[in-house]
Design a protein around this ligand. Structure first.
Ligand code: PLP
Length: 404
């Protein structure tokens, strides 16, 4: 079958929730992917911050191959050594004392919501269950996590939504403060919003949230599903702010392409999950944990987070130079190699033109070009993308109203 026949087959039998997809990818290595016709693309999206070590990194591939041939699955009725070792290493790397593993971001956020509610019920009684999230956040597509997501377009049509969520403004401490009531049990935010337009939290917001949580005995939950795993210049983005949460969620790049999510918490909170409270058939299986261990080993050995910070600074510098005097560019922002370029125009056509020229990136919130290159990206690859974007954008007039 060729690419066109696959597209026709998709139109027949796949649900249409992802819309039409024009590229059929067959292979990937490092920063590059190739479609079925052998056309090469420079991948500046990394499967939306999943392939942080690039496509098919040797160490991860070897670990998966080894483990697949040994034991693929045994359920959580039996102890999985790879799962125990992964929990140990993740806890060594951050504030957490214990880990639980599931298969996706939404699933571990769902777990974080359950953990926060249960902790609060045991400690403070049944009336403290509300979680404050912020506008333009993204926490997943299950019913609870889409309700946690502060975007009406994600929630539309799925009423009735679960109760127990309230929304404040991102980077506006006063608005969070005003939203706290005697029913609040936790505050949940992404240190760098991804789907919501690649917006880093301000240092004041992060430290203010911690103070607010301490003052009212609330749990602070950081969703690091997109911004974690070395992407923002530290192993976990919150470490760039020096502010620790009580609960953190990870997924995406933890397995560099295999489906794994981690829910991490400090001891006092984690211990409310007792037998029967939570679980997952596939969660923390030997193959995905072997992959994640190889990811962490590779990241630590090669100081990938430092590299992300340096390359991020370099790339932002190159983008600033290349975009000087271009009216369609409103702002360049981000942290490490999580970079957004806010345009004064809609971004879909720019993404399309990049794709035609062999570069993959995407657009969030209609007008923010999002770049999440592999953390192994080279200077030349950053130059190539900065120059391409400047060439595409230089003749586009600024059109303030189009962006809305
Ligand atoms: N949280 C954040 C910050 C995300 O970016 C995403 C996915 O984009 C999710 C949660 C949901 O993860 P998943 O798609 O693995 O369920």
């Amino acid at each position: 079958m060729n690419a066109d026949t696959w597209k026709e087959a998709a139109a027949q039998n796949l649900m249409s929730n992802y819309g039409v997809r024009n590229i059929v990818l067959a292979r990937g290595k490092g920063s590059r992917v190739w479609d079925m016709d052998g056309r090469e693309y420079l991948d500046f999206l990394s499967g939306i911050s999943v392939n942080n070590l690039g496509h098919c990194p040797d160490r991860v591939v070897a670990a998966i191959q080894r483990q697949v041939a040994e034991l693929m699955h045994c359920s959580n009725l039996y102890l999985v050594p790879q799962q125990v070792e992964l929990a140990r290493q993740l806890c060594e790397l951050c504030f957490a004392d214990r880990a639980f593993f599931a298969n996706s971001g939404a699933e571990v956020n769902e777990g974080a919501i359950k953990l926060a509610r249960l902790y609060s019920r045991i400690k403070f009684g049944e009336n403290r269950y509300e979680i404050i999230t912020v506008k333009n956040s993204f926490h997943g597509r299950t019913l609870a996590t889409l309700t946690a997501t502060g975007q009406e377009k994600i929630q539309k049509g799925f009423d009735p939504l679960p109760v127990g969520f309230k929304y404040a403004q991102f980077n506006d401490l006063e608005s969070v403060r005003e939203t706290v009531t005697s029913s609040t049990c936790a505050i949940m935010v992404e240190p760098v919003q991804g789907e919501g337009g690649v917006t880093p939290a301000t240092p004041e917001f992060m430290s203010g949230l911690r103070e607010l949580c301490d003052k009212h005995q609330l749990l602070l939950i950081f969703d690091e599903i997109q911004c974690g795993m070395a992407r923002c210049g530290k192993m976990f983005a919150h470490q760039a702010y020096g502010v620790e949460p009580d609960i953190m969620t990870l997924a995406k790049a933890l397995g560099n392409g295999l489906p794994i999510g981690a829910l991490l918490a400090r001891e006092e909170v984690a211990q409310v999950f007792q037998p029967g409270t939570h679980g997952s058939t596939f969660g923390g299986g030997p193959v995905v944990c072997a992959a994640a261990l190889a990811v962490i080993e590779e990241m630590r050995e090669n100081n990938i987070s430092d590299r992300a910070l340096q390359m991020g600074n370099y790339f932002v510098g190159q983008l600033k130079n290349a975009f000087a005097g271009i009216p369609a560019v409103k702002e360049i922002r981000g942290l490490g190699l999580m970079i957004g370029v806010e345009l004064t125009i809609q971004g879909a056509d720019v993404v399309k033109q990049c794709q035609e020229k062999g570069v993959l990136l995407n657009c969030t919130m209609g007008n923010v070009l999002r770049m999440l290159p592999p953390l192994t990206v080279t200077h030349e690859e950053c130059d190539q993308v900065a120059n391409l974007l400047a060439t595409i954008l230089k003749d586009v007039p600024a059109a303030e109203n189009l962006a809305k």
